[in-house]
Design a protein around this ligand. Structure first.
Ligand code: ADP
Length: 453
């Protein structure tokens, strides 16, 4: 087992990994930017190294700075968390060249899944159902027209290198195609330095359902059920739950088996998430994330597993600590993303947190970077905490969430927490009747707006 793990990240995910290291008796090394000196991950780690200024490019994204920190501290492995370098195949390869273990999949899998076109082609070959669309890159408007007529409007034009909901445009008809195609390509070029786009059928009111997979790199792989991440704003997840209110056991097993067998075939190593749109009872693959997800705790809650410990063990060459038959889903879990943003427009709202009180009690988990007196920085992601509840069933989980939210105090800055209290009172949410557009539509209604103005 590793003696020292360096965490190439910050925020709540760095904290999550440090906690796993402590429980495993592994020394943790936090890297941080200059303004992050007072951050929770720096306070909680066994050793700390400053790697650069506020700008992520010069700190959390600087491969030379992170490799130097690794060499100075004598770390034998790096956990990348999510975001930053977590899905950077070049980084994983450089670590391999330096004989430092990357806690994640092989660089070849990261790069294959990082490009959405090659990811889709791979998944099709592995028998995973995909959204109908172009065979690969669509190079010009003529090709775009041919594909769109074949799959029929509406269509969505998406960046091959896409992420974070950028580089996507919808065309409802022939007239909208040209400007949608051109602006998707322009946005893809400026956001990702790669203008390649592809086209998919635009699914009207799907749910976003993703399957957690785990492999040992030797050909063993399992699935750990699904997470329903349909509650989104601007393609960003806001609240996630497991199991999905839309799936039954039979459907779960069917898609789970398809995903696990695909991962066995490619000998996938570590944690991965296969994202689908779910519409009219059918699954359509959209992308795979070759890392731990923000919302992994809801899977941990319903399966009673520690996914970060598992990642570390598998990276150290150990076999998976469970086989599919050992994995049983129990109860219901919900995660709320608490962002330092003001409602109803989700405007970033960093600043000093005068008082913080975390909720507790049975079935409540708070993964947060806050403490009273902490100053939320303007340079980074606005996620400051995740409130996760677990209970025997969905309705009890919602009651528990309401109770936990009522206990939580974050004084000094505005956060998104009030949104969840409003959601808990909403009939459609209570009945699990929502799709990927539902929240955005609701946010424009007096029921929601009046509460936040
Ligand atoms: P990104 O990597 O930028 O997050 P994804 O491919 O994961 O892009 O898609 C993000 C979101 O965009 C999805 O959760 C969904 O809301 C919407 N979306 C993507 N593809 C389609 C599609 N074919 N039809 C309808 N909505 C889509």
């Amino acid at each position: 087992m590793f003696k020292k793990i360096l965490i190439a990240n910050r925020g709540e995910i760095a904290l999550r990994v440090i906690r796993a290291c402590k429980e495993m008796g592994i020394r943790s090394i936090a890297v941080h930017s200059v303004p992050d000196e007072d951050s929770m991950h720096v306070r909680m780690a066994d050793e700390t190294i400053c790697i650069g200024p506020a700008s992520s490019i010069e700190s959390y994204l600087s491969i030379p700075a992170i490799i130097s920190a690794c060499e100075i501290s004598g770390a034998d492995a790096i956990h990348p968390g999510y975001g930053f370098l977590a899905e950077n195949a070049k980084f994983a390869q450089i670590l391999a060249d330096h004989k430092i273990t990357f806690i994640g999949p092989d660089p070849s899998h990261i790069s294959r899944m990082g490009d959405k076109i090659s990811a889709k082609q791979t998944m099709l070959e592995l028998g995973v159902p995909c959204v109908p669309g172009s065979d690969g890159t669509v190079n010009n408007l003529e090709e775009a027209k041919l594909v769109s007529h074949k799959i029929k409007f509406p269509v969505i034009i998406k960046a091959s290198a896409g992420g974070g909901g950028r580089g996507m445009r919808i065309a409802n008809n022939h007239n909208e195609l040209s400007s949608a195609f051109n602006s998707a390509r322009l946005e893809a070029q400026s956001a990702f330095g790669n203008s390649d786009v592809y086209i998919e059928k635009y699914l009207g009111k799907p749910r976003h359902i993703e399957i957690q997979v785990f492999g040992d790199g030797l050909g063993n792989a399992v699935y750990l059920g699904e997470r329903d991440c349909s509650l989104q704003r601007r393609h960003q997840k806001v609240l996630e739950e497991s199991p999905s209110p839309a799936l039954n056991h039979k459907t779960r097993v069917k898609i789970g088996d398809i995903c696990a067998s695909a991962m066995k075939k490619i000998k996938y190593k570590g944690a991965g998430t296969i994202e689908f749109l779910f519409s009219n009872g059918e699954f359509y693959f959209i992308e795979m994330n070759t890392r731990l997800q923000v919302e992994h705790p809801i899977t941990e809650s319903v399966y009673g597993v520690d996914l970060v410990r598992e990642q570390i063990q598998v990276a150290a060459g150990m076999p998976l600590s469970f086989v599919q038959e050992d994995l049983r889903m129990s109860g219901h879990s919900i995660e709320c993303r608490i962002n330092a943003e003001s409602l109803p427009k989700f405007v970033a709202n960093p600043g000093l947190v005068k008082t913080f009180h975390a909720p507790g009690g049975l079935g409540v988990r708070m993964d947060s970077i806050l403490y009273s007196g902490y100053k939320v920085l303007p340079y980074y992601d606005s996620l400051i905490g995740k409130l996760i509840v677990h209970a025997d069933n969905r309705s009890l989980a919602i009651s528990r969430l309401k109770r936990a939210l009522s206990e939580m105090i974050i004084d000094g800055i505005e956060t998104t927490s009030d949104l969840f209290s409003v959601l808990c009172e909403n009939d459609e949410f209570q009945n699990g009747e929502y799709d990927i557009h539902w929240l955005e539509d609701k946010l424009d209604t007096p029921e929601f707006l009046d509460k936040f103005l």
